[in-house]
Design a protein around this ligand. Structure first.
Ligand code: SAH
Length: 219
């Protein structure tokens, strides 16, 4: 794993592009400038790491497009020491961005293979996330409640277990829809526990699939 001057230069350019596309939260942009996205790519795709595109990872999943990562993170607005539950660890890239911003991150992945890879790379990078192999629909009640929840796969609805695990005064960012596309929703829970929702644009994510995958063959 090396982070060369070339990589750093490409990353600077990507950040400029994200700014031009409307991302303005400096904490998000700075964190993304620090995290080497190429560490999270499948071999063969590293050279494209700083293109603003999603790419395939194992198990038919994807590493999200940098703009989507930036947009979701900006909506979530993570602060230092906040407890954040992430659903869909995938490559671990989004997890690293949240960790880089000083959040305490709990992240769940339904494919064991992806969970293991993310654990290994994030560990090598010196991060200390709490990673779980399991079903994100059920959240992680042991460590609840969370200040914020980020879902990085398209859900058919807002899972009630996740709402239950959100603190009063907390918020969740979650794409909701079907396989054709989703609306990015910001779901807020007031201090009194009342729920409000706002739509923040159309996106296309891989689906949030109920249950954890128990077929552990590699692919
Ligand atoms: N943030 C990740 C996005 C990966 S794509 C990245 O940028 O790499 C979404 C991920 O959600 C996939 O890895 C998929 O396996 C995972 N996923 C889908 N359904 C899930 C579920 N029920 N519980 C946990 N993870 C799930």
């Amino acid at each position: 794993m090396t982070d060369s001057y070339k990589h750093k230069g490409q990353r600077k350019k990507l950040i400029k592009e994200l700014r031009a596309k409307g991302i303005s939260n400096e904490n998000v942009l700075e964190a993304m400038e620090r995290v080497p996205r190429h560490y999270f790519m499948e071999s063969g795709f590293e050279q494209f790491a700083y293109k603003d595109q999603a790419f395939p990872i194992a198990k038919g999943q994807t590493i999200s497009q940098p703009y989507t990562v930036a947009y979701q993170t900006e909506l979530l607005d993570p602060r230092k020491h906040e407890k954040i539950l992430e659903i869909g660890t995938g490559s671990g890239y989004q997890t690293a961005v949240l960790l880089e911003m000083g959040a305490k991150v709990y992240s769940i992945e339904r494919y064991r293979d992806l969970y293991l890879r993310a654990k290994s790379i994030l560990g090598e990078m010196g991060y200390q996330p709490y990673l779980f192999y399991g079903d994100g629909y059920a959240g992680q009640p042991t460590f609840a409640p969370y200040d914020k929840i980020l879902v990085t796969a398209g859900a058919s609805e807002v899972p009630s277990d996740l709402l239950d695990q959100l603190k009063n005064g907390g918020s969740m960012v979650i794409p909701v829809g079907d396989h054709l596309g989703q609306q990015m929703k910001v779901v807020e829970k007031s201090q009194e526990g009342e729920i409000t929702e706002h739509n923040r644009g159309s996106f296309i994510f891989v689906p949030l699939i109920p249950g954890k995958d128990t077929n552990n063959n590699k692919s």
